[in-house]
Ligand binder design. Structure first.
Ligand SMILES: [Zn+2]
Length: 455
């Protein structure tokens, strides 16, 4: 009887991203999954839509998004956040454990988050948990409840109820997490109080000086040291550096990887496409922590991505209200640190990657396949392959457009990229075979599902 419900359809294009190649193909979708990959123009007795030269690629997976609900829905929220993701070709996000209230450091907080997302998800959504000094005893249960991994800060997070951890907490968490083989995400900045904090006011260069590369380098060195010590005890922790900005840390990360430590790193569109010399004073939209650094640093980050030291690219979408961003006053010192860009990551990165001679399959690897693998979703998301969720993007890889506030689907219509001309436009987004976004409009209803790991 089920077969009467199963709707078989197919899409075909001269350019489909399959197994790291861009090739003509026909893909068959049934019950929300890819069931066949055929030669282009294979005859069928069910509907086949030919999208010509539009690229068909897997939906992106963005494992670093601050949705801020429950508790700070005036900053973002599941409804607006996931609409914006869909418009950006993202079919799965993983939500961060902080900026929401309560912070997601125990099972009760995770349940409150689950209760807050009903009928608001336009795409699928997984969850990171958090570890703070007083939550170590809750960690086993939190992982068993289905978070995909957990995050800690080695510096003040900006949120008082998500305090930083010290080396002793990190070591304990590494041991617990290793039992479940889930990643430990680290916001890696360490302030050893070696410099007087400079006056910042509205000066970007002063802000940059206030969060030097050494803070990131020192925190990363500490994590490598802790991972080595754990390994000496037979504990192989999966340590992941979120939003790497300091290219000076790349040699240490590379060397740790070569020594067999399970250490990975991500970077973000803002570190890879913007640079400090170009950021005017008083423009608080560019403030994030760690900061956007110099042009030369940016070029080294691209090399780190090219040689695989940096595994993938995620948004770190971290919005707040325009008031808290101090847009009107230009007060960089007191503005919330976080970049709003969720919807535009693909276009921004493709524009820059293309100029550097990368092809679209590499961008798909950085923004879909690798992050899906990292989050433990690599057996169902991030690829066009039989048995995988039919999460798709139809992408016009040649189309230029200007990023304008009227396009923005997330809650506050602000972004440092406003006015930027980019190449590559998302035309349509499919979640498990259903079109959720088409030509600048959300379609249907929120069919996204929460993803909890079963342990
Ligand atoms: Zn973040």
């Amino acid at each position: 009887m089920n077969s009467t419900n199963s709707k078989k359809t197919a899409l075909q294009s001269t350019q489909v991203v399959i197994d790291g190649n861009l090739q003509p193909a026909q893909i068959v979708i049934e019950d929300g999954k890819f069931t066949q990959i055929n030669a282009y123009k294979t005859a069928q007795d069910f509907p086949v839509e030919d999208v010509g030269d539009l690229v068909i690629m897997p939906g992106l997976v963005d494992t670093h998004v601050h949705i801020n609900e429950p508790g700070r829905t005036e900053w973002e929220g599941f409804n607006t956040g996931t609409q914006s993701a869909a418009a950006g070709g993202i079919t799965c996000v993983v939500d961060m454990p902080l900026n929401c209230t309560p912070v997601t450091t125990n099972v009760d907080a995770l349940q409150q988050k689950m209760a807050a997302l009903d009928n608001k998800l336009w795409i699928d959504c997984g969850f990171w948990g958090g570890v703070i000094p007083e939550s170590l005893d809750d960690l086993d249960e939190l992982i068993k409840a289905g978070v995909l991994g957990v995050k800690s800060f080695t510096i003040h997070s900006g949120i008082d109820d998500f305090p930083k951890v010290e080396a002793e907490h990190l070591s304990q968490a590494i041991e617990i997490l290793a039992k479940y083989n889930v990643p430990y995400l680290i916001h890696a900045e360490l302030d050893k109080q070696e410099q007087e904090p400079p006056q910042i006011g509205d000066k970007y260069q002063s802000f940059l000086l206030s969060r030097p590369k050494s803070w990131e380098n020192d925190a990363i060195d500490m994590m490598i040291d802790l991972a080595e010590k754990a390994k000496d005890k037979g504990v192989l922790g999966k340590i992941h550096i979120v939003h790497l900005s300091s290219a000076e840390a790349l040699p240490a990360i590379r060397s740790a990887q070569q020594r067999g430590l399970n250490l990975t790193a991500e970077s973000c569109p803002h570190y890879l496409t913007l640079f400090a010399e170009n950021i005017p004073d008083g423009k608080t939209l560019f403030k994030c922590c760690p900061p956007i650094r110099e042009l030369d640093n940016r070029e080294q980050l691209w090399q780190g991505l090219a040689d695989g030291t940096i595994s993938f690219v995620v948004s770190d979408h971290s919005p707040c209200t325009p008031t808290l961003k101090h847009i009107d006053t230009g007060d960089i010192e007191n503005a919330w640190g976080g970049i709003s860009s969720l919807q535009f990551g693909l276009s921004i990165i493709w524009t820059e990657a293309k100029k550097r001679g990368f092809d679209l399959t590499e961008v798909v690897n950085w923004m879909a396949t690798q992050p899906a693998n990292f989050a433990g979703l690599g057996n169902r998301k991030g690829k066009i392959a039989c048995g995988y969720d039919a999460d798709l993007v139809l992408f016009d890889s040649e189309k230029n457009y200007c990023i304008e506030s009227k396009l923005i689907k997330y809650r506050h219509k602000i972004t440092p990229y406003e006015g930027r001309i980019v190449t590559g436009m998302v035309k349509r987004t499919y979640v498990r075979g259903e079109v959720v976004y088409k030509d600048n409009k959300l379609l249907g209803k929120p069919i996204g599902k929460p993803i909890l790991a079963s342990r």
